[in-house]
Design a protein around this ligand. Structure first.
Ligand code: UD1
Length: 367
């Protein structure tokens, strides 16, 4: 089985790493990695290939940044050529970024079956570009690998055949558990964040990059006020995404001195800091799940989540974006700590289940 595995932006790299590794255990699978180049800075891309043990991409499309239309179109044009020459039996896309949408559409129009990993998630908020990417990708995919039961329910409501939907758990958790084990093998002093941690006492960890949070001056300012309030009592480590950095400059945003601004962090440096945080404050999709997997309180700075299981059984609390609601959610997240549990099948074996499913069923039946 000749598979093209697509990744383009930071959260994708964590998802393809365990899928690729697991593919090597199956002699009948030839899995090759396509990097669309949606993210390209060392700290947003190559560092993950090094740390997560992913080989250099077999195909690099170098699409780069642009408006949604420009970026999506560049990826589509380049990926069409790759499909033409590589003649895959299956294209596997992960998550919900522009690369996911672009490559699934190209493959499907070339009559190549598409498997979507992390299928079925819905925020029901089409103001999020990711929601549009998820809906379009699922509308045309042939096989759906799902992380949580809400994804199965959404796909069934949308009329997908039950035998094409596989609840397999979460490849991101496969990667997390693997890397958490690797971290334990290294001395703490070998992490750049060690000294920060030592000097901080109990601390919080913040990530922020959603356009709806940082592209609007008033919303961004309200979030900053909440963070600055929390920073009076707790150090808040904040690795700053390039989008957020641009907006901070444009809006003259100032953080409290208790919020050390860090560059974007690689996977293990980031994990080294957030795994021991008192709570994580974030608008990332992946961190909502990763914190639930490790039982770390999580405050999600959004009005909705496409990952409801993290709120239902996990450590996640939805905070909205207003100053007071974020501070209140922080308090509620600490109270949740002892009561949360890890969702079913988030056990580090999702990637293996994906290949088992594919090899059992074969892909010819879904074209
Ligand atoms: C993208 C994804 C989002 C994901 C996020 C993770 C879409 C629609 N959005 O959002 O789902 O959560 O990645 O980071 O696919 N930039 C750099 N260097 C880079 C990449 C980007 O400086 O390597 C800057 C560029 O100025 C760019 C901006 O960041 O315009 C935004 O990047 P882009 O990939 O368009 O969107 P993200 O906000 O990163």
């Amino acid at each position: 089985m000749n598979v093209l595995l697509v990744a383009g932006a930071r959260p994708n790299f964590m998802k393809i790493a365990p899928i690729y590794r697991a593919s090597l255990r199956h002699g009948r699978v030839r899995c090759r990695i396509v990097h669309t180049g949606q993210h390209y800075d060392y700290g947003m891309s190559q560092t993950f290939f090094h740390e997560l043990g992913i080989p250099s991409p077999h195909f690099s499309l170098e699409a780069g940044s642009g408006t949604h239309a420009v970026q999506t179109a560049k990826i589509m044009v380049a990926f069409e050529e790759v499909c033409r020459t590589a003649r895959p039996d299956l294209v596997m896309v992960v998550g919900d970024v522009n690369s996911t949408l672009a490559c699934s559409v190209v493959a499907k129009k070339m009559a190549v079956p598409v498997a979507h990993v992390e299928a079925g998630l819905r925020s029901f908020d089409t103001a999020m570009p990711e929601e549009i990417n998820r809906m379009v990708t699922d509308a045309i995919s042939d096989l759906f690998f799902v992380t949580e039961k809400s994804g199965v329910e959404n796909l069934e409501k949308e009329g997908k055949r039950r035998d094409r939907i596989h609840l397999v758990g979460h490849v991101m958790v496969d990667n997390l558990l693997f890397q958490a084990g690797e971290i334990l093998k290294r001395p703490a002093e070998s992490f750049a964040g060690h000294a920060l941690k030592q000097s901080a006492g109990p601390y919080l960890y913040l990530t922020l990059h959603r356009p709806s949070n940082v592209d609007d001056r008033e919303t961004f300012q309200g979030i900053v006020e909440a963070v600055n309030e929390l920073a009076r009592a707790r150090t808040v480590f904040f690795p700053v995404h390039p989008r957020t950095s641009l907006k901070m400059e444009q809006f003259h945003i100032r953080f409290h001195e208790g919020v050390p601004l860090l560059p974007p962090l690689g996977f293990s440096e980031s994990l080294f800091l957030w795994k021991d945080a008192e709570a994580v404050l974030t608008d990332s999709g992946g961190l909502q799940e990763e914190t639930t997997a490790l039982g770390v309180p999580c405050v999600t700075i959004r009005d909705n989540t496409e990952r409801p299981i993290t709120v239902e059984v996990g450590t996640n609390v939805l905070a909205g974006t207003a100053r007071e609601s974020i501070i209140d959610a922080y308090r509620r997240s600490l109270a949740k700590r002892g009561t949360a549990r890890v969702p079913d099948l988030w056990d580090g074996r999702a990637s293996e289940r994906i290949w088992e499913n594919l090899l059992d069923a074969g892909v010819s039946h879904c074209a």
